[in-house]
Design a protein around this ligand. Structure first.
Ligand code: 3PY
Ligand code: MG
Length: 241
C-alpha cells in the first residue's frame, strides 16, 4: 500500500519539482520489491501495453510504498472503478480526444454527486487509499491535441499526460521532429493554462533533452519502462565484465 495517501492532493496543490517514475509493464510484486531502492518517486503500472492485467494491480500495490498510478487499457468505466477500488493514487487514461470523453471519465472516476462511481467495501477504503485519485487523460493523437485545452478545463480532470510515441504516429512524423515536439509542448501548455498537472513518458534521453531545451515542465515524468531498464542494466553489466 502507498504510504503517501496525500500524493494526489499534494500534487493538486502544486508540484515543486519533477517527480520521476518508472513504467512497470511486466514486474511481479517481487520485482517491485527489487526496484524499491531505485529512487523512483512513483510507479506507473501499465495495463495497456505489456503483460499486466487488472487482477495483478492489488498485489503490486501491496508490494510498494511508492505512489502508484495505473495506466488503463481503455476508457471502460468498470475497469477505471476497479483500479480505484484497488487503491491507486491516480489513473492515466489512454487516447482521450474530446471534452465529452473527458467528462465521461470524470463521471466514471468520481463518486456522486460529481460522478457515478459506486462506493463499496473495496481495498482502497480498507487501506486508506485516496477516495479521489488523480485523473489524468492522455493526449496522444492529433484530435486529442486539438481538444487539449477543453479537456484540461473540465472540472475533475487533474492534468494531461502526453504519449509522445502515439502522438508521433498520429502526426506522421518522428517523435523528435519539430512538429511532434511542438505538439507535446502545446499539450503541456494547455494543462498549465488551466493550473493542471503535466506529465509525459519519454524513454529516449534525446527526447528529454529536446523537451528541456524548449522549457517544457513535467510534473510527472515517466522516464522509461521496467523492460528497457532491465535490458540496459544487463547490457551494461555484460559490457563491464
Ligand atoms: C505513448 O508515447 O504513446 C505512450 O503511451 C507512452 O507510454
Ligand atoms: Mg500511447
Amino acid at each position: 500500500m502507498s504510504d503517501a495517501p496525500g500524493f494526489a492532493d499534494s500534487l493538486r496543490a502544486g508540484v515543486p519539482a519533477t517527480l520521476r517514475g518508472l513504467w512497470v509493464t511486466f514486474l511481479t510484486p517481487f520485482g517491485l520489491e527489487v526496484v524499491a531502492g531505485s529512487g523512483a518517486d512513483w510507479i506507473g503500472v501499465d495495463l495497456q501495453h505489456g503483460d499486466l492485467h487488472l487482477a495483478q494491480l492489488a498485489p503490486l500495490l501491496r508490494a510498494t510504498d511508492a505512489p502508484v498510478l495505473a495506466r488503463l487499457g481503455s476508457h471502460d468505466p468498470a475497469a477505471l472503478a476497479r483500479a480505484i477500488d484497488a487503491g491507486v493514487d491516480g489513473v492515466i487514461v489512454p487516447t482521450v480526444e474530446s471534452a465529452a470523453e473527458a467528462e465521461r471519465l470524470v463521471a466514471a472516476a468520481h463518486l456522486p454527486p460529481r460522478g457515478r462511481r459506486s462506493g463499496g467495501h473495496a481495498r482502497a477504503g480498507l487501506v486508506g487509499a485516496p477516495e479521489r485519485p488523480l485523473l489524468l487523460p492522455m493526449v496522444e493523437t492529433r484530435r486529442g491535441l486539438a481538444a487539449a485545452d477543453e479537456i484540461a478545463a473540465i472540472p475533475g480532470i487533474d492534468g494531461i499526460f502526453v504519449g509522445p510515441y502515439d502522438l508521433a504516429l498520429s502526426l506522421g512524423k518522428p517523435v523528435r521532429s519539430e512538429k511532434v515536439l511542438d505538439a507535446i509542448h502545446e499539450a503541456l501548455a494547455a494543462a498549465r493554462r488551466h493550473g493542471r498537472i503535466t506529465g509525459a513518458f519519454t524513454g529516449d534521453p534525446g527526447l528529454v533533452a529536446d523537451l528541456d531545451e524548449r522549457g517544457a515542465v513535467l510534473d510527472l515524468h515517466a522516464v522509461d519502462t521496467d523492460a528497457a531498464a532491465l535490458r540496459a542494466g544487463l547490457a551494461a553489466l555484460l559490457e563491464a565484465r
